[in-house]
Design a protein around this ligand. Structure first.
Ligand SMILES: CSC[C@H]1O[C@@H](n2cnc3c(O)ncnc32)[C@H](O)[C@@H]1O
Ligand SMILES: [Zn+2]
Length: 437
């Protein structure tokens, strides 16, 4: 007797092949996928404690959001329509100093996790103050998370300086070392907030203990031009010199890149987190995703925080990524739907170093799944489920989500989060912030 059999109209494993299985089943036991059963006859050989029928649904690997600032959901819509540095320096940073505390991080992260689960995301990577609060929310709610603790050379609401941040972050990593769902890694914030000495220290720790590193990089052309003017180096070259550009590095944004940057990303094995909606909204620039993928660089998807997106729906992000790639490359064939689905799943798992655990529906991997209802009027007629997922679906079409075989969303109802309480807390924060802004 196995735990669960899910019968679905379509199953899209993403890896090892770009194939869509029709009218088939997925067998799950002890949180893991134990088989993709291609026919009702094959499924009939199993007896399961629970059988689930998803007659109008596609079952896919849970989506992977490789870059987020979860708690910033509480600043959604707070300072819209500004370019990056004006947004950060004049609006976000002064206000983060006023309000961001452990309670803010907890309430904002819980809202973010609720929103992500309701839109099919099963894993997220987070970079924010009070990472212990976000890790605790991930622990309680059952989602998979990479908690990238922030390292900045100047004082923040969470740390006095980078030394303080490193100590606290490494202690947090120790607290979670036995947790299979939660990994704690380094997040030096950006080239303009972290100096060489700190980056070198992180490079040493990361190499010694095999710890991942994520950093905002080449977010705008101005960032690259200023770095060149001040130091004579482009940020990618600087990371390479400091030993910080490698297969453990996730470069977030990469909008302003030249051929040399692409060569460095490819030869070092570094990954890219593409956050198209944040880049568009802050008018930061365009990441040349088609060129990067063609060069052999692993490109995954991220939403960035809800204050610059303003949504955490990775389906919408995938749709934007597909359309933007076509516009930027001038090639309608750039980033076809199946490639974008791979970016949102297996490429994300590779970027976070967890592709042996999740990112595809393969035997032995964790049962991290999303079911998407494709029976609505807006999806008819359905010639190609992958096309519908990328070009017409959105987060609200997600019906069910599992992480490690545990059903966290059931018929759109969150199973581990009190939705009403989350909404009430967010509304209380709105009142507090509006009263003091
Ligand atoms: C060190 S915690 C994260 C820090 O980053 C700020 N932030 C949010 N979005 C962006 C972005 O797109 N680029 C750079 N920094 C960003 C956030 O407000 C926190 O201060
Ligand atoms: Zn960011």
């Amino acid at each position: 007797m196995i735990d669960t059999l899910i019968h679905a109209r379509w199953i899209i494993p993403v890896v090892p092949e770009q194939k869509v299985y029709e009218n088939c089943s997925l067998a799950i036991d002890k949180g893991k996928i134990i088989g993709l059963l291609p026919s009702p006859e094959a499924a009939a050989r199993f007896e399961a404690s629970e059988e689930i029928h998803l007659d109008q649904h596609a079952l896919i690997p849970g989506l992977i959001n490789t870059h987020n600032h979860a708690a910033m959901t509480l600043l959604r819509g707070f300072a819209d329509d500004r370019p990056l540095m004006e947004w950060l320096e004049n609006h976000i940073w002064p206000n983060e100093r006023k309000w961001v505390d452990p309670e803010f991080a907890t309430d904002g992260s819980r809202l973010a996790v609720a929103e992500m689960l309701r839109s099919g995301t099963t894993t997220f990577s987070d970079q924010y103050f009070f990472p212990e609060a976000t890790a605790q929310v991930a622990r309680e709610t059952g989602v998979r998370a990479q908690i990238a603790f922030p390292v900045i050379d100047f004082p923040t609401p969470w740390s006095r300086n980078s030394e303080d941040a490193l100590q606290k972050g490494l202690a947090l990593r120790d607290d979670y070392k036995a947790n299979e769902r939660i990994d704690v890694v380094f997040a030096p914030h950006a080239p303009y907030t972290v100096g060489d000495a700190t980056l070198e220290r992180i490079a040493v720790y990361a190499a010694e203990a095999q710890i991942a590193v994520q950093m905002h990089l080449h977010e705008t052309a101005t960032e690259v031009e200023r770095a060149l003017a001040e130091t004579g180096e482009r940020p990618t070259e600087r990371l390479l010199r400091l030993g910080l550009l490698g297969p453990q590095t996730l470069c977030v944004h990469m909008t302003a890149v030249n051929e040399r940057d692409i060569e460095l990303l490819q030869s070092s094995g570094a990954h890219v987190a593409h956050c198209p909606r944040s880049n568009l909204k802050l008018a930061s620039g365009f990441c040349p995703t088609a060129r990067l993928l063609q060069a052999g660089v692993n490109v995954a998807l991220g939403t960035d925080g809800a204050a610059s997106n303003n949504s955490l729906d990775l389906f919408t992000e995938a749709n934007t990524a597909a359309l933007l790639a076509k516009a930027v490359s001038g090639d309608a064939a750039a980033l076809p739907a199946h490639q974008v689905l791979a970016m949102a799943t297996i490429n994300g798992a590779r970027a976070l170093g967890i592709d042996q655990i999740t990112g595809s529906l393969e035997t032995g991997k964790s049962a991290d799944l999303a079911a998407i209802h494709l029976g609505q009027l807006e999806q008819q007629p359905l010639h190609d489920p992958v096309s519908q997922l990328i070009y017409t679906a959105a987060g609200h079409n997600v019906s069910d989500v599992w992480v490690a075989g545990r059903r966290l969303l059931r018929d759109r109802q969150l199973q581990t989060i009190n939705e009403i309480e989350v909404i009430q807390r967010a509304q209380q924060w709105r009142a507090r912030i509006a009263g003091q802004a």
